[in-house]
Design a protein around this ligand. Sequence first.
Ligand SMILES: [Ca+2]
Length: 290
Amino acid sequence: MMIPRPRRLTFFLTIVCLLSSIPDLLCKSGSSTIAQTPRAPEGMMRIPAGEYTMGNDEGAQHEKPKRKVVLDSYYIDIHEVTNAEYHTFWTADGGASSDHTPVSYGASLGIDDWPKIAHTKPNHPVVGVSWDDAVAYAKWADKRLPTEAEWEKAARGTDGRLWPWGNAFSLRIRGMKVHANVWIGNDGYADGPAPVGTYPTGKSPYGILDMAGNVWEWVSDWYSESYYHWGSRQNPKGPDHGGRRVVRGGSWANGAQLTQCSSRMGHYPAVGTSFIGFRLAMDAEESSQE
Ligand SMILES: [Ca+2]
């Protein structure tokens, strides 16, 4: 049947309107569902409450025993904290006249002097920050460091995988075999950190980036080699005291093994290094879907 030209236009517009209203209809039909899951703050992802497998029976002694851990929901940064982000805090809190780290590294290691690097490499992860100054930054940002258990769940999800992207270090994902900045490997950054988010195929099941390599990341827990044997399995927060804090995820200065999701290390909190940075977390309201 032929449709007269003016009516053809009306007919066409009607079809377009109907098609464009479908997402609205879908949204409206599921609006109660959407309303029940709070939106994550900008730059963060929401990790739903529930159980996951923490640790690795095939890993180092302090990664054993592998065990089920239950966490409340929380938010965690998609990226490691960058030089530019930390510089905003550092400047607001006194800048050069303050006692805050980071350490300056000169032009070695592909890093640079602080605060010059905040301008020359604004999107690189900040390094050389002590644990105490990572906490100071977190308080300024109205967030906190993740616990060790929160960090690991965000990195590996609930299926017990070894690396954020799967169980083999080099997988061909979307044509790429490099998913992290490590010491050995054709990753483009052999002598220092890479800009955050350089390896999108290395994202975790929750979409979190650079959980393997680039820089180790301070978490809130005190380090204990034996903690997995006796620590809580419900929202574990680490020992009450200790001499070292936990760092997670390995760095540009480590091989693939130390970038596994279960990899952990104790480091002296007052000492910032060229291979340690951090990211932040926040508590999240419980969703009725969890
Ligand atoms: Ca990292």
